[in-house]
Design a protein around this ligand. Structure first.
Ligand code: HEC
Length: 127
C-alpha cells in the first residue's frame, strides 16, 4: 500500500527528533561536567595556590587583619560562622573558592595573591 497516512509519517519524524534531542542533551551534560572538572583541576590560580608551602603564622596575620572582624580571632565565629575544623568540611579547592568567589554575602570577595592565599589556606587548615 502506497497510501501512508500523513499522520504516521509525522509521528516517526517527531520520534527521531526526540531521540536526537535527547542524545544532544546527554552530550551537553557530559561535556559540561567534564568542563567543570577541568576548570577545577586546571584553574591556574588554584594550582598556583596549591603549589605553595603556606606559612601558618603569615596566614594568621592576614586572617586577623581581613577575616577576624567577622570570624573572630582564632576563627571562633562572630558574624561569620566558626571556622574550627573547617578543613574537615571543605576541600582545599572549596576553601580557596570560598575566599575568592564572593558568592556568600555578606562575606566579601577577596583577591589575595597566590602566595597570600597559600598562607591563609595553611592557617585555615590549622584551625
Ligand atoms: C563581612 C564579614 C566576613 C568577612 C570579612 C569574612 N567572612 Fe568568611 N564568612 C562570612 C559569612 C557570613 C559566612 C557564611 C556564608 C554562608 O555560607 O552563607 C562566611 C563563610 C566562610 C567560610 C565557610 C565556612 C563553612 O563552614 O563552610 C570560610 C572558610 C570563610 N568564611 C573564610 C573567610 C576568610 C579566610 C576571610 C578573610 C580572608 C573571611 N572569611 C572574611 C563572613 C565574612
Amino acid at each position: 500500500m502506497a497510501n501512508i497516512s500523513p499522520s504516521s509519517e509525522d509521528n516517526s519524524i517527531s520520534f527521531s527528533r526526540i531521540v536526537i534531542a535527547m542524545a544532544a542533551i546527554a552530550l551537553a551534560i557530559c561535556l559540561s561536567a567534564f568542563g567543570f572538572y577541568r576548570f577545577q583541576a586546571s584553574d591556574p590560580y588554584i594550582s598556583q595556590v596549591l603549589a605553595q608551602q603556606g606559612e601558618i603564622s603569615q596566614g594568621q596575620e592576614i586572617f586577623n587583619l581581613n577575616c577576624a572582624a567577622c570570624h573572630g580571632v582564632g576563627g571562633i565565629g562572630l558574624v561569620g560562622p566558626s571556622l574550627e575544623k573547617v578543613s574537615h568540611r571543605k576541600s582545599q579547592v572549596g576553601l580557596i573558592k570560598q575566599v575568592i568567589s564572593g558568592k556568600t554575602p555578606p562575606m566579601p570577595k577577596f583577591q589575595p595573591s597566590p602566595e597570600i592565599m597559600g598562607d591563609l589556606l595553611a592557617y585555615l587548615e590549622s584551625l
